[in-house]
Design a protein around this ligand. Sequence first.
Ligand code: ADP
Ligand code: MG
Length: 482
Amino acid sequence: MKIKFFRTIWWKLLVSYLCLILITTVISYILTTATFRTIRIKERQMEIEIRVERIARIIGELCKEDEKIENIKGNFNEIARISGIPLQMLNPEGKVVAFSRSSHPKFRQIKNINLQPFEMRKLREGKKFSYTQYYGENRKKLYYYICPIYREGNFKGSLVTAVPLGLSRGFAIMLLNSVLIATIIAFILAVFLSRSFTRPIRRMGEAAQSMAHGDFTKKMKLSRKDELGFLADAFDEMSSQLKRNIESRMKLMGDISHDLSTPLTTIQAIAEAICDGVIDTEEGRKKYLESILNQTRRLSFLINDITELSKFEAGEVKINKTLFDVVEPIQRAVESAGFLAGKKEIQIEISIEDEKLQALGDMEKILKAIQNLINNAVQHNPPGTKIRISATKEKEKVLFSVEDNGQGIPEEEIENIFNRFHKVDKARTSGASRSGLGLAIVEEILKAHGEEISVTSSQQGSRFFFYLPYLDPASADVFLDK
Ligand SMILES: Nc1ncnc2c1ncn2[C@@H]1O[C@H](COP(=O)(O)OP(=O)(O)O)[C@@H](O)[C@H]1O
Ligand SMILES: [Mg+2]
């Protein structure tokens, strides 16, 4: 699926990064300039005050005791030029007697500076003072500093300076440049970062898409240790699991169709032979009809087992737990296997220590499990084998066991016998109730009870056993009422 560029997570992530960067940059630029400006103004004020006071002292020393300040105009011009700051010199009456050429444009306009009487008083008392004025369209600050000139206690006049305060243009541009460079670097990083975040998501989408088309070869294989890495690992695991599931389903389908087609082919062949009149004797016809009956029985067993197993897998089987006498399902199962066992001269022995022993479970399902186990013991062992079925109380559980002294199951086969359609002796497929699903159904029944089936086997025989919860009949009523 093609996602529109403006709808991609990458784009959304990038836009959020960019907005964040922009906001942070603007705020930090404003804060930095404000801080720099304050520091710079303070420094400059101090520097100007020191310079002006020093010049006032020098002028004071140059001016003789009875001399007027106007007489040292020449010296003043020289000093003002060297000092590099705009200066004005006022006589004791507050009239401008000299001003430096390098004065600020604004300062030049106000060369006839008018000091107020109270300001003149302050100067005469030897006090310095300053004030700030704004000028021009940009409302720039102009800082005035006024300081008296003294010669041995005599007030000779005063010195005035006016300088613009604030960050210089060069400095502001430099600051702006650095901020711009940092922003561009952050932008480039944001592009790469957002890309690196969304790339694995994209790859995951592509892998999922190929999976949807039946291709399980695409793996994420991200070597990341974060949440995305975890997600990718889980995804790969899921894809392998799905592949295994699909393969086992395919095998199951193959097995089912094979097991269904064998009896059908036999039935078809016999029916054709009868139709064609190949079998002409009554005896022969009877023999073949019996064979048809056997094959249909086999088919019906197989279909029943498949239906039962698929119900378990679909979670449609309901377990109705009751407290039942263990004797009942065991006796019923032995009775149903009696005919076949008798034919093979197989003895079945029931061993229940306490006739009143009860277990908690779905009796009909447990009956089915015991039936399957007894059928197996009868079917897969030679004539003359003995089978022993027992139920005993063990701790807080009831132990059911179906034991035979037959041929046993080869060790390497034990782990496979519970697999669907697995038959140890594949050649012997003639048994009417052989579907290869018997043990798989037993396993599902016990799983539904929260229990499991176990097996031990040797050349002396096999033993299948499982547990069910035991309930003391006295407390059982309370439990079951709940
Ligand atoms: N009591 C037993 N003695 C020997 N082999 C057994 C016994 N029970 C089960 N098996 C082996 O386990 C296989 C699987 O059993 P099951 O799932 O019931 O399938 P089926 O009985 O239809 O072959 C059997 O084919 C058989 O080889
Ligand atoms: Mg079986």
